[in-house]
Design a protein around this ligand. Sequence first.
Ligand SMILES: [Zn+2]
Length: 407
Amino acid sequence: MTVIERFLKYVSFDTQSSEDSQTTPSTAKQMVFAEYLKSELEELGLEEISLDENGYLFATLPANMDKDVPVVGFIAHMDTSPDMSGEHVNPRIVKDYDGTDIQLCTEENIVLSPKQFPELLDHKGEDLIVTDGKTLLGADDKAGIAEIVGAIAYLKAHPEIKHGKIRVGFNPDEEIGMGAHKFDVEKFGCDFAYTMDGGEVGELEFENFNAASAKVLVKGRNVHPGYAKNKMINSLLVASRFVSLLPPVETPSHTQDYEGFFHLVGMKGEVEQTTISYIIRDHDRTKFEARKCRMQRVADFLNAEYGEGTVTVELKDQYYNMREKIEPVMHIIDIAFHAMEEAGVTPKVKAIRGGTDGAQLSFKGLPCPNIFAGGLNFHGRYEFVPVQSIEKAMNVVIKIAELVAKR
Ligand SMILES: [Zn+2]
């Protein structure tokens, strides 16, 4: 089976995860796919294959050399986004893409056009796997799974390529932020790993946001408006002052690259009581802490005017930038970098403006940068992946295995 045949087989499984579920995996259909993948790994002759009750599938390709080298892992997620259906995915390959509009669905006139998606033009002359316009594709992250399994199959078939012990790990529920939660890092037993879950060819990521949520509670004092002079505190007005006291340009719509922000995500209230919700993001840990302090200072400022206890801020850290966990093992970035170059790919190091499973795994003791899987326009009907990108990512996995053994 070629890596593309694998990929097309994988997207035929509906593995959409669900935010409304309390179970792991969040949907039973992910387990169906996990069982199928397990049988593929068995067929490939892998060892130490385990699929636990939470849907985490691990396996080993044993070393084929004596030298003692680090154990490296490759990780991808099995679920697809709750944002769009992944049922009856009906992919089509547009061969030798000529740079024009691609009609995804004629009856509903759904068109994948370089006018909206100029990145299509970077893939002129390549073979693009697209949807029929009715579902997402699932390249996020079944491209990653196909690349890993494809690379393992290749290494199996080419024993002349020497490598150490390699572990593969496929997890559920990444799209609902729960992919790393029940990932048994100890059982996985790797010195370091890579998630194959990035987008465009060349992406190499080992920095993400530090993240916190803030719930601001404003208590008012309601009095009949005709007799309210010097008595009423309108929590809605205090809340709006709170909002206006945060820097107006430090919001998602005015920031990029390494710029952090306060993001107002909700406001709900009446005269008596108002709640405001924020998320706080910053790559820099010091600036991140300063942002949290700033929220508290705004609350203190307003409390000085309206009375202690009018405004309370409840802060909760969500995740941290994996960079601090990667820095002590920077050679794993060098390895990925050189593997890409050897696979003919120009590495593009980029800071993630979000979080990843890899970040959580890094803080659980498994340093885990993220590498491109090749797909674009994730989570919707315009998702596509070039055949050539999948092949390149697979080659990067093979090269990493090779380079780890050579060091
Ligand atoms: Zn993904």
